[in-house]
Each structure stands twice: as C-alpha cells, then as structure tokens.
Write a protein that binds this ligand. Structure first.
Ligand SMILES: [Zn+2]
Length: 382
C-alpha cells in the first residue's frame, strides 16, 4: 500500500503533538487502514515534569483529528491501572478521566492503557483490511505467524481493560528490540517506535506484506453480472438507504446459499455497532416473512447471552439480496453510507478469506459482548 508521508508536509510540524496529528491524519487517509472512527494513536510526552500519554479522544476520526482531539492522561495512573486484577470498563473510563490534566479534552480512547504499556513514544493502531482478512480466516494464525515472525500475536480478547491487562501479562520479559509490532487476532494491528515517521512506516510495511500475501493467495476476479430487478421500497426499515450494485456487491450477492455465506460475522469487533452481526438475507422469500424471521433470530441471540441489558431494535442494518446487490439502511443518509462502507470492506475480506480456507469471525458470545458493551452504547448515543 501507498506510504503517504511527505517531507514537504512534515516540515510544518514541530512538537510531539503536531507530529502525532500529522501521522494520525496520514493513517486516516487510507480507507484500507481505518474506517469511520476506527483505530487509535498516541504519543508519550512530558508536561510540567510529568509523563503524559496523549491519546486519541473518542468521537474523533483519525483522518481529521486535530491537536484538541487528543486526551492528555497521566502515564502513572494508566500504568497503575494495567496492574490491577480487576477493573470494570466504566471504572476504567472514569479513572482515566480523573487522570486527565485538561478536563476539557475529550474522553481518552478505551485502548489508552494498552497504549501506555507499550514502551515506545509513538503507538499506532489500525484495523487494516489486509491484516484482519488474513486473521479472519481458518488458516489465519498459521499464515500470520509465517508472514509476521517477529510480531507478538494476541488471541482475540474483547477490547478494553481485559485486553490491556492480558497484553500487560504477555509482555513481561519481552525483548522489545526484536518485536516489530502486535497483531490482535480478529481485530487489528499495532506498530510503535520512538519516531512518528518510523512507526507509520512500520504500519505501511506490515500491511503491504499482508496485501502481498493476499494478492498471491487470495486473488478475486469479479464475474460480469447484471442485477435482477427488485423493488427496494418493499423493505421498509429506515428512512434512508444506500443501494450498492458495484461489481463487488453483485459478485457477493450472486453466491449460493447466502443465508450461510453472508452471515459469518464482522471483520473487526467495533463494526458490530454499525452493521449488527448479520444482515437480512433475501433469496426468494417474501420480504415480510424474511423480516419476521430476522427479528425472531435476533431475539433468540439476545436471550441466549443477555443478563440485564436492554435489547437494541431487532431490525437489520443492511440486506444482501440475491442477484441484486446490497442495501444499507440508516436514520440518515450518512448512516446508510457509513454502513455501506463498512459492509463493502467486509465483503471483499470474506471473499478473500474464503480463498484462504474459509472466513471466520469472533464467536456469537464475543459478538454479543461487543454489541452490548456499555462503552460502545455510550459512543452510539453521541
Ligand atoms: Zn481496535
């Protein structure tokens, strides 16, 4: 993939924070690295003699984050938190807020502790398509070990405190001089360095290795297809729609047995907030019947895992319509467009992962934990 660093542009940025803003924006410019609020970045610095982690604030997108989008949190507090045996995610968030030296800054990313325990000045985290495509396949672990022998590989753990805590355990005694980065199974990738450009270069290099692997082992050629006629107005879900009939969407929707093929889960956990775990599938059935069946299935999933959560609306966020394409639904056009972006990246990953032996995502239980995570719920309300 393209390295977007420009010496000319970089000249304008002097301080740690300015440089952090610049390479965060560079990461954000590549859709194949992060989409709509995905990923996070940080830089460790010293303010008034105190070690501070400047970490992406929630609600900001890497592509247009500015200096005020970074939350300044005391390193000491974060490192202490990493050593705790137990900590709820809401206590983590309030503890981090209390440790901010500027209370008007946004809430720090839920990955702040993880950024703090990585002993390098600059830390970059993305959900790079090529990495999660490799990782979300049945041969994922072995392929990743082969392509990334010097990376620390972390099995899937829900983001937040338990992930940071588990990684804190795994890095005890780690020789960082030979560690080129971290791959979080079914989630994404971290690179780090004491230099912002080098950390960015490492991200681009690693993702390029994954892209090369996919080009060799998982090339997709789209069939030339003409969409069938279908009246999307029959699906009455939200006020706005995004109809996708690109060669990718048509190819995807032409697959046999869509109810098994197109329902294998999200590409990276936070996508579930936007897309739900599975779409509505319309092969030949009546739209009404399919919607009723979808809701029934969703309620079954909710009841299987819920304790005291309140159920979200059991309606699909998008539909895969046999030989027609993919339709995303939103309360606004922007929401429908965002879902379409996320689904587009997922479709290509599914097709490619199938070439690697089969696409596979996190379990139903892990999906539920993410979909009903109190912190993600809070994000949505914004
Ligand atoms: Zn992430």
């Amino acid at each position: 993939m393209q390295n977007l660093w420009s010496d000319e542009e970089a000249k304008a940025f002097k301080t740690d924070l300015e440089m952090r803003v610049y390479t965060s924006n560079l990461l954000g410019r590549s859709d194949e690295l992060v989409l709509h609020g995905g990923g996070n970045t940080s830089v460790k610095t010293v303010t008034n003699g105190e070690d501070i982690l400047l970490v992406k604030g929630s609600g900001w997108n890497l592509v247009d984050i500015k200096a005020e989008g970074f939350a300044p949190v005391k390193m000491k507090t974060l490192l202490e938190m990493a050593e705790l045996k137990e900590l709820s995610d809401s206590d983590m968030v309030s503890g981090q807020k209390a440790a901010m030296i500027d209370k008007s800054a946004p809430n720090p990313s839920v990955e702040a502790i993880l950024h703090a325990i990585i002993p390098f000045k600059v830390v970059d985290h993305t959900h790079a398509d090529a990495i999660v495509t490799m990782s979300n396949s049945v041969t994922g672990l072995q392929n990743i070990q082969k392509v990334f022998p010097n990376f620390l590989i972390i099995p899937y753990i829900m983001p937040g405190f338990i992930l940071a805590s588990k990684i804190n355990e795994m890095i005890q005694g780690l020789d960082w001089s030979t560690c080129e980065g971290m791959i979080l199974h079914n989630h994404g990738i971290f690179t780090f360095d004491d230099d912002a450009k080098k950390s960015y270069d490492k991200m681009i290099h690693a993702v390029t290795l994954a892209e090369d692997f996919l080009r060799e082992n998982a090339a997709i050629i789209f069939d030339e297809l003409t969409p069938k006629v279908f009246d999307v107005k029959k699906i009455n879900i939200d006020a706005f729609m995004h109809i996708n009939q690109t060669p990718l969407a048509l190819h995807y929707a032409s697959k046999d047995n869509l109810s098994a093929f197109a329902t294998r889960g999200v590409l990276t956990p936070e996508h579930i907030i936007r897309t739900k775990r599975v779409p509505l599938i319309l092969e030949n059935e009546n739209v009404e019947d399919a919607l009723i069946a979808y809701e029934k299935e969703y309620i079954k999933y909710f009841e299987a895992f819920s304790k005291d959560e309140i159920m979200l609306h059991p309606k699909p966020k998008y539909a895969v319509i046999k030989d027609f394409g993919v339709v995303s639904f939103g309360k606004t056009q922007k929401e429908a467009d965002v879902i379409n972006d996320v689904v587009s990246h997922t479709m290509l990953a599914v097709l490619r992962a199938d070439k690697l032996g089969g696409y596979t995502s996190i379990s139903l239980k892990n999906s539920f934990e993410m979909e009903y995570w109190e912190l993600e719920q809070a994000k949505l309300k914004k």
